[in-house]
Write a protein that binds this ligand. Structure first.
Ligand SMILES: Nc1ncnc2c1ncn2[C@@H]1O[C@H](COP(=O)(O)OP(=O)(O)OP(=O)(O)O)[C@@H](O)[C@H]1O
Ligand SMILES: [Mg+2]
Length: 394
């Protein structure tokens, strides 16, 4: 497609058919729901370029669930497309704004603290990985998009169970909320066999490769509730431990735990796929330098990482990987008021879908997919003993 705004900006976008229909859809709140690598970020960014090229100068927003996701994926895709289009732009890092010589401005925001969104009126907004964002943040975005000739806000995401995105674009869908579902294998740019190489089966394959909203039965931690367990806690002076689940094709998850076993808070997460072993070690060490953990609990099968970190002077140790015990310890911690910072969006999404095979909530082991942050949480909590105080009654 090609579009020109008053002779100022011209853009030619190469899109596959479903991406093109999404980009051209004039509805108020379109959603592009796809599997991993289904061209979601590309389509969301292309829609922003198309919008900017066809509307007079104004203010728009590009948003992602967390700042690292915004910086490493969402904004990067947007800037690559603008560079490819030959648009002169400037990124003002201090206030996270992109300005174009045409006079258009695009603000870049992470949505883990939606209060920072109050204020501007927007012509357009794109929320990438919207299923990891709280419903309240999307509501605020919708309310802000109300200026320019055709205000529009759109999302791109891989589903995370039947959360608010399912309600918005499937269960309660209306003409304002058209849904474009794209399977991973519809993206012709991916290498042959990319989807199957990720190793998903069953419900997770339907979600992560098919872009379907799956209801997960037999949740491992049915007691987990966002309104009770997701909270900001001032804990910088609490003792710290790190917990690490190593992945290569799968994501590596690094959690920063604070507090005593009886009162825990998960303060931060790193969650990234395709990291090299050097990148994994560097990421663990960077977080350890920040929080000075008493221990770094690591996947016991990752002996080489433990060895490397110890050699570098870090307190790495083999985690307890007894699944049934660890699952029970996390359940106890949740009962006792374990809290998770809202920026830990991947841990939260995994906890809402971590389930037993065939929906059976018995003492089977949970399905071993999409469990990377959950495994790290298990390690962090199950590897520490608990102090028992009190008197024995005879
Ligand atoms: N229309 C297109 N033309 C050229 N390349 C494309 C197109 N759509 C997607 N791609 C490429 O395909 C790859 C995956 O696309 P993209 O990153 O947009 O997918 P995604 O669904 O956002 O992935 P993730 O699940 O990792 O967030 C990228 O290398 C991207 O540049
Ligand atoms: Mg993406």
């Amino acid at each position: 497609m090609s579009a020109t705004a008053a002779g100022v900006l011209d853009v030619r976008l190469d899109l596959f058919p479903r991406q093109l229909r999404f980009v051209l859809d004039p509805a108020r709140f379109p959603g592009y729901v796809g599997g991993i690598g289904a061209g979601k970020s590309h389509a969301g960014a292309a829609k922003m370029l198309a919008k900017v090229a066809t509307t007079p100068p104004g203010l728009s927003m590009v948003a992602a669930p967390t700042y690292p996701m915004l910086r490493d994926a969402t904004a990067r895709t947007l800037m690559r497309l603008m560079t490819d289009a030959g648009w002169p732009y400037r990124l003002h890092r201090s206030d996270n704004v992109i300005t174009l010589t045409s006079g258009h401005e695009i603000i870049l925001r992470s949505l883990d603290n939606p209060e920072t969104l109050r204020g501007p009126n927007l012509d357009a907004a794109w929320v990438d990985e919207a299923s990891l964002v709280a419903r309240e943040a999307w509501q605020i975005v919708k309310g802000r998009v109300r200026s320019g000739p055709a205000p529009q806000a759109w999302t791109t995401f891989t589903p995370k169970g039947r959360n608010w995105c399912w309600e918005e674009w499937e269960r309660d869908a209306d003409a304002d909320h058209p849904l474009y579902r794209v399977r991973t294998d519809e993206n012709p740019e991916l290498p042959e066999g990319f989807g199957p190489s990720l190793g998903y089966t069953g419900a997770f394959a339907a979600q992560e490769l098919g872009g379907e909203f799956v209801a997960f039965e037999g949740l491992v931690w049915p007691g987990f509730r966002r309104d009770r367990h997701v909270a900001r806690v001032a804990c910088d002076d609490w003792r710290a431990t790190l917990a690490v689940d190593i992945g290569t094709r799968n994501p590596t998850a690094i959690l920063t735990l604070r507090g005593e076993p009886e009162r825990r808070h998960v303060q931060a997460e790193v969650y990234r796929r395709n990291m090299s072993s050097e990148e994994i070690v560097a990421a663990v060490e960077a977080e350890a330098d920040r929080v000075r953990p008493e221990r770094i609990w690591i996947d016991p099968s990752a002996a080489a990482y433990i060895e490397t970190l110890r050699r570098h002077g870090y307190p790495a140790a083999k985690a307890n990987n007894d699944v049934v015990y660890g699952v029970g310890m996390v359940a106890t911690a949740l009962d006792e008021g374990l809290t998770i910072d809202p920026s830990c969006v991947n841990l939260i999404a995994e906890m809402e879908s971590y389930h037993y095979p065939d929906g059976r909530a018995n003492d089977d082991k949970p399905v071993k997919e999409f469990d990377h942050a959950c495994d790290a949480l298990r390690y962090g909590i199950a590897s520490e003993g608990r102090r028992m105080t009190g008197q024995l009654a005879y």
